[in-house]
Design a protein around this ligand. Sequence first.
Ligand code: TXA
Ligand code: MG
Length: 354
Amino acid sequence: MSYYARTQVYKVDAVTPEAEPIAIAAETLRRGGLVAFPTETVYGLGANALDAAAVAHIFEAKGRPATDPLIVHIAALDALETAAREVPAVALDLARRFWPGPLTLVLKRAAGIAPNVSAGRETVGVRLPSHPVARALLLAVGVPVAAPSANLFAHTSPTTAQHVLDDLKDRVDVVLDGGAASVGVESTVLDLTGDAPTVLRPGGVAVEALRALLPDLVYTPKYLSEHESAQGPGMLLRHYSPRAELLLYAGEAGAARAAMRAAAERLLRENGRVGVLAYDEDRAVFDGLAVETAALGSESDLEQVSRRLYAGLRDLDARKVDSILARGTIRTGLGAAIWDRLVRAAEGRVIEVE
Ligand code: TXA
Ligand code: MG
């Protein structure tokens, strides 16, 4: 069963959101509907986090397993207590430093939050987004809003309203179209409920920036296959996936480029349609080959790469490629999030070259 709704799309100014579409979207949330809205990271699929029936519709619309918890979005720091309880001092320090922005804090869940938001856990992920449309909507609705990324389960995350419609048309009541997301990868998820602060997902806030405040920070990337996934939510290896098979190359850049060129030649000989997720520095490698290219911009501009990553994957899918070749870049700063998404999109098909 899937959630059905006749989707209404409203354009809204990304800097100074107009009052009317915000009011319509807020009213839709208040009466238990679903609203997709832009955040600085990716578009979210929102429901009133206090309303278990509305939250259940998120899982239905996405085809998301009920075991995978949702992030709760709040309008201001003083609303944190509506989402979380027994908030440690360090969480407030982090919130003052990184909010509004792409950091999600996992805390103890407040009594009012619907248990299905947290997939039955006693904890809840909370974030205060910086996008003016998200903030205006959260202020107008006056309740915490549960919102995962607004894509079908395990598919590539949406960075534009069109991406949302491509996945969820007639599965969401309202889409606020505020243009393209500026960060392009999801928030960093930081668990503050265990013995040591632990990064569960690298994202828009660099792990290094968190470590400066949290010397005992733990980050050990884990990529679990489907049957192991019970160990941790959201750690599924298959995630963020395009329809095409993604092959991810890692190792010394020159050797990786040579291996990618050889793979492209082989796949083309086998009559496959080949896509390349290409940094500017890699484009000449494919000269003379009939590959489809999605440009990530310069490898040295990781902010641009993350902004273009999901759109590039969706674009190559739309061009009906069978395979996508991509190369991993540095794994520090935003690079950690980019690498994480590429590995999951590749479902672990990482080719390490010498
Ligand atoms: O940037 C973002 O975080 C976007 C925008 C819309 O805010 N949202 C997003 O949500 O990426 P989603 O549902 O696609 O990813 C949420 C992930 C879960 O898969 C899980 O890894 C983690 O956040 N998470 C949420 N609540 C958690 C909890 N209580 N315990 C552990 N992990 C949690
Ligand atoms: Mg997601």
